[in-house]
Design a protein around this ligand. Structure first.
Ligand code: C2G
Length: 130
């Protein structure tokens, strides 16, 4: 069984996220998603989420491509996660191009996928405030 892993905030879940999850799952048989906790989002990514962790987790678990949701609590857990969850592939959007190449040292394939253009949570919030 080929296991793939990705990470993100996935707040205001939209089709750009779904496009990403679909493509990552297509690389293997089992998809693990490291979901950023509210604290990690606020302290490290300076993102205030509309939906809290439990709601974002509930939404992700309803996505057909997702097999397991784990907590992403810090920037340093990925190396350990690769072993803990036996991940064969790490994949993420190409806005992170090159940032996680170090995971190759853990025996993981690292893939950066093109983002879906024109959609982002920031854009959604802007459009809603018009
Ligand atoms: N994404 C995408 N297309 C978009 C928007 C997002 O492909 N239009 C992808 C991002 O590249 C990422 C995933 O969807 O791979 C989740 O996006 P975010 O929730 O914005 O995640 P991010 O804040 O980039 O967190 O440790 C890694 C971080 O947790 C990633």
């Amino acid at each position: 069984m080929k296991r793939v892993i990705t990470y993100g905030t996935f707040d205001l879940l939209h089709y750009g996220h779904i496009n990403l999850l679909r493509r990552v799952k297509a690389m293997g048989d089992y998809l693990i998603v490291g979901l950023s906790t509210d604290e990690f989002n606020w302290n490290e990514k300076h993102k205030k989420c509309y939906f809290d962790y439990e709601k974002r987790k509930q939404l992700l678990e309803a996505v057909r491509y997702v097999d397991l949701v784990i907590r992403e609590e810090n920037w340093n857990q990925k190396r350990n996660d690769m072993h803990k969850y036996h991940a064969d592939v790490f994949a993420i959007g190409d806005d992170w191009e090159g940032k996680f190449d170090f995971l190759k040292e853990e025996g993981c394939e690292v893939v950066y996928l093109p983002r879906t253009p024109e959609i982002s949570t920031t854009q959604i919030k802007k459009d809603l405030n018009r």
